[in-house]
Design a binder for this molecule. Structure first.
Ligand code: ADP
Ligand code: MG
Length: 280
């Protein structure tokens, strides 16, 4: 008599499906299966991509499905579409947040990239995706204030002339003109490490300001951001994101300078820092 092969319990199966969800077969599933915001789904469709790339079909179900969003370390080649992979879930989460918590205003997501140009490219891609969703994405600039309460008082990009303004910082404008620049709130702040660290430590001597509302921290080109050159600033930003439900995504093209070790030691440092932090 043949013995029946043992299988996972119902509970184990459920956990396994959460850890290893079905791949995203096409972009329509973003709406039909993962129920992302209809406007966001339309904006994705408008990009005209036929099929998801490997990194997209693997990570989107992980980040959009199920109840508990994971922290992720993703390694996928340059040009494989990582930007869309992290922007769709971040934007969708904010649309939901606006629905469920309409009174909470402030920076809900920070995307860190090693160069100003990369940050600017992310914002350009993000702008196409947020159209009509009510989500606001902003490129960090010199002179922007990032308040202790997590609100970003930033230039209203919609009211800016697009030509040339990219290079012009609020600081470089005369005080009178600067004061007249419309100020608004932003949901997603895209920044280089130094720009945000400077803003968070402006007018402060010891501790940095916090970003208490941030639920998603994305580190693009994470191998570079964890490189000795940026590492301290990147960790400072990580530490300033004090919300207990913070999720972190590390996105990289290479395992580079031993990104896995760096990630592990980063997490250890992070835990130690949290342990040392006086309860507040
Ligand atoms: P990475 O960050 O992984 O280097 P990007 O996110 O910059 O890659 O994407 C590279 C290019 O591929 C971009 O021009 C982007 O618009 C395009 N792209 C993204 N997703 C797809 C897709 N599913 N099919 C075709 N092209 C895509
Ligand atoms: Mg990229």
């Amino acid at each position: 008599k043949k013995e029946e092969a043992p299988i996972l319990s119902k509970k184990e199966q459920k956990r396994a499906r959460r850890l290893f969800p079905e791949p995203l077969l096409n972009f329509k599933e973003l709406r039909s299966k993962y129920k992302i915001s209809s406007r966001l789904a339309e904006n994705v469709a408008e990009q005209g991509f036929t099929v998801p790339t490997e990194v997209q079909l693997g990570t989107l179900p992980l980040l959009l499905g199920g109840t508990s969003e994971p922290d992720l370390l993703v390694v996928a080649p340059t040009g494989s579409g990582k930007t869309l992979s992290f922007l769709i879930p971040v934007i969708n989460k904010i649309v939901r947040h606006h629905h469920s918590t309409p009174d909470e205003h402030g920076i809900l997501s920070v995307v860190v990239a090693p160069t100003r140009e990369l940050a600017s490219q992310i914002v350009n891609e993000g702008r196409k995706l947020v159209a009509g969703t009510g989500v606001k994405i902003t490129l960090m600039r010199k002179g922007m204030r990032v308040g202790e309460d997590g609100d970003a008082n930033v230039l209203d990009e919609d009211n800016e002339e697009s030509s040339g303004s990219e290079e012009e910082d609020a600081e470089s404008k005369p005080a009178k003109e600067r004061a007249s620049i419309p100020v608004t709130k932003s949901d997603i702040l895209v920044t280089t490490p130094l720009m945000l660290v400077n803003a968070l430590s402006a007018n402060r001597t010891t501790t940095m300001a916090t970003l208490p509302l941030v639920r998603s921290l994305v580190m693009d080109e994470a191998d570079v951001l964890l490189d000795p050159l940026f590492r301290e600033q990147t960790l400072d930003i990580w530490k300033s994101c004090s919300h207990p439900d913070l999720r972190v995504g590390l996105w990289s093209a290479t395992m580079g300078s031993n990104i896995e070790d760096l990630t592990k030691s980063t997490i250890r440092e992070r835990l130690e820092d949290l342990g040392q932090k006086p309860s507040e």
